[in-house]
Design a protein around this ligand. Structure first.
Ligand SMILES: [Zn+2]
Length: 323
């Protein structure tokens, strides 16, 4: 690993290059969106300490802030159309998805009410069921200036850093499909933790993409770019757990699940945690060597793909009227 590169989650320099792509051409989405330049290769690094897989090169913080606040929001309706969904379909799938998630989280919170905060939540669709149940709701998203929240009662913040501590601590912290975009996960998690309080319930969801990157463990330098242009970090269940524990959460569970994303069913990892204000455990390296990391991934990628496939089919059957 290059001297200047450290893991975006644990900052260890014990990373190994697992794979890299062929040089990227101009029509690739990573180039079109500005996340890579023509001729770049995307390198997938695995961190031997925390188990995160992340990609290089990474864009600058300034580029990302501009991208998520100004460039992306006006493009979203067009993106929905290109992926074959109408605005109505996307809205109804999103509503259904977050109602199901609200019901799952109700099992943890019971009938109490409080303050729920959604970080990276787009227009705050995930907050609507909470709002209707009498909760105070706060949406944190860089795009809020261009795409305001879906309901006027939702408090909007463009970032937690911008709030500078003015945001009341939350009883429930939601982070759906956000951490895979973060340039510096350590900083992002620290900001999240500052908005939480002892006993807060957390739900973190990230896409499970690793089993679907073909050739990830194969001969080096052969694979085609096939990643979401915006996703910089790729979580395993282990590294998601590591991330939660690094900010003092007690992990209640990590599940591999299928959710009804706006474009259709999507395989995800979801972590539930409780802000136990624990001191982070300084654990030993997760893997002693690149070989150990590769052999860990080799059969797990197959298992995750298999479980994801079974759940995907069951999900399609259960939600057939929405697909
Ligand atoms: Zn790491």
């Amino acid at each position: 690993m290059k001297d200047t590169v450290s893991c975006p989650l644990c900052q260890s320099r014990r990373g190994v290059e697992l794979q890299r792509t062929a040089p990227i051409e101009g029509h690739d989405s990573t180039v079109e969106s500005g996340f890579a330049a023509p001729g770049d290769t995307i390198q997938f690094y695995g961190c031997l300490h925390c188990g995160l897989i992340f990609r290089l090169p990474r864009p600058s913080a300034d580029f990302l802030a501009r991208y998520y606040s100004d460039v992306l929001p006006p493009q979203i309706p067009g993106i929905i159309g290109r992926l074959g969904a109408t605005q109505e379909q996307a809205a109804s799938r999103t509503e259904r998805r977050f109602l199901e998630e609200f019901r799952r989280l109700q099992r943890f919170v019971g009938t109490r009410r409080g303050h729920v905060l959604d970080v990276g939540g787009g227009r705050g669709e995930a907050l609507v069921p909470w709002l209707e149940a009498g909760w105070r709701t706060t949406l944190v998203d860089l795009g809020v200036k261009q795409r305001p929240a879906v309901h006027p009662a939702i408090t909007e913040l463009s970032s937690l850093a911008a709030a500078d501590g003015a945001c009341a601590p939350a009883d429930v912290m939601l982070s759906f499909h956000c951490l895979e975009h973060a340039l510096d996960l350590k900083v992002a998690l620290r900001e999240l933790r500052a908005a939480s309080k002892a006993g807060s319930l957390w739900a973190i969801e990230v896409p499970l993409e690793l089993p679907y990157i073909r050739g990830l463990l194969g001969p080096k330098g052969l694979i085609q770019p096939q990643v979401n242009a915006e996703h910089l970090n790729f979580f395993t269940p282990q590294s998601l757990r590591w991330a939660a524990q690094s900010i003092g959460l007690r992990v209640l569970g990590v599940v591999l699940d299928v959710v009804l994303y706006w474009f259709g069913p999507s395989v995800v990892l979801r972590l539930y945690g409780n802000d136990a204000r624990r001191a982070p455990v300084i654990a030993a390296d997760a893997f002693p060597s690149e070989r150990a990391f590769r052999s860990y991934l080799r059969w797990r990628l197959i298992v995750w793909r298999r479980i994801g496939g079974l759940k995907f089919r069951a999900f399609r059957y259960r939600h057939r009227e929405y697909l």
